[in-house]
Design a protein around this ligand. Sequence first.
Ligand SMILES: *[C@@H]1O[C@H](CO)[C@@H](O)[C@H](O)[C@H]1NC(C)=O
Length: 478
Amino acid sequence: MAPIALQDFTYNRVPDPDASDVEAGPATSSGRDEQREERARRWHLALAFGLGVLFSAACYVLWHLSSSSGTGGAGARAGGAGDALEVEGDTTSTSTSTSSTAAPTSSTSPADKPFLLHFHGEPSINKHSPISSPDCPIPVHYIEDESAADGVVFNSDSYEGINQGERDQRRIDRPWQKQVIWGSESAPNRAGLERYFKSIKEDGTSDLYDADMTYRLNGSVPGTYAYGYMDFTNMPVSYEDKRQDKIAAAFVSNCHPKNARNLILDALMELLPSQVDSFGTCKNNADAEQSLRDIGHWEQAGTSPTRWNIKITTLSYYKFSIALENSNDLDYVTEKVNRAVDKLLSASRTRLRPHRLRRPDYAKRFYPSPNAAINVADYLSPDLTALSNTDSEAPEKLSDEDKAGLARLAERLKFLASDEGRDDYDSMLAWKNDEKWKTESPFGKIVELSKGPYDRDCKLAGVLRGLDWAKSTWTPPK
Ligand SMILES: *[C@@H]1O[C@H](CO)[C@@H](O)[C@H](O)[C@H]1NC(C)=O
């Protein structure tokens, strides 16, 4: 389970894009139930990349727009450790093809040799020729012919991925080719990703894929939900300006979690009557625009406000933001939490994300300071905080023990939101007062991870070639 975050993060509003609907998004993709969110996420990724963030799926979009070609020959590749070469050919992108034929010829040095990347079932990405970011130490080319690729990426959010039989066949047909899994929705919601995580051995390798790009921080190219446009050094809305008539706010749209999110939210709404505003389509009891108008801050959301900006602005006026993820999985902490940390965390890092916590301290990997958020998992029984899997179902009711735990949590929130609790509340946001968190906190490391000179696909290519500069620098917090 996750943290309840403080609402004092300061977080940036995103410049309004073309009036489209912008929703928070993970650094990679999304949930099946909310196509809208998915679109928005992609959009965000683009934005994030534009602003210098890594791991953004949307970079492709940008590159695509700026590249002139995208047509032409599909590369073909010979077996062995051969080189790529351009082959005349169709531009069809029917991916899974059979063997390749071309003979390797190469006049370039190995370091200059382009790394050919293919995204399975993602024609728009594969057309983004010719290369990924110009700063990449090795050229990375996107190609439409899967059989010729050095690396094939499977999006676990839209495709189940390969099974062991397919993988073994690929090893025979294209022994040089690396297989990669990529995704942002949690494994409990994505069978293919779950299968991969289960296949990881003690030494961190898997027989299914050679590399991954997911939310798991110990993966080969970890993605995070800390977007480039988030500015965690922003100061929170001042305490006096926050709503004093309310304690916490939540935005939940997916009403079919794998964990107890709905029950927890119900319980908090009941325990803190009229003090918890729930703006999402799930468990809705409040309207964000109306709420902002009521407190006279609607115009802060922008002239043609996106959903994202409305969300951020709304949350910033609450003392706590409730951030509960839809499932409990290691490192599955999305922008819900980061959003809170950014601007909202003033009252609480309200991201109650039932973050998979058999070991409740997993959520703390994402804290800017040890007391920056309240981890809901600390108030719940292990039954509710155990990791989810694809077979998990949301519990139908809370046990007496969990009800008692949530009652304690509600008391704690009430106290922190009261005058008597003011010092304690402020201490939760004290990390905002200097920048030590950047170097000293687990969250600082994550933010660091999301910056850096190379974009995601550059790093992936480097990882698949075994180059040192591409290795993830993340280490688990002690
Ligand atoms: C990442 O950490 C988790 C939890 O310790 C572990 O189960 C998993 O195998 C690790 N992944 C890799 C690639 O080492």
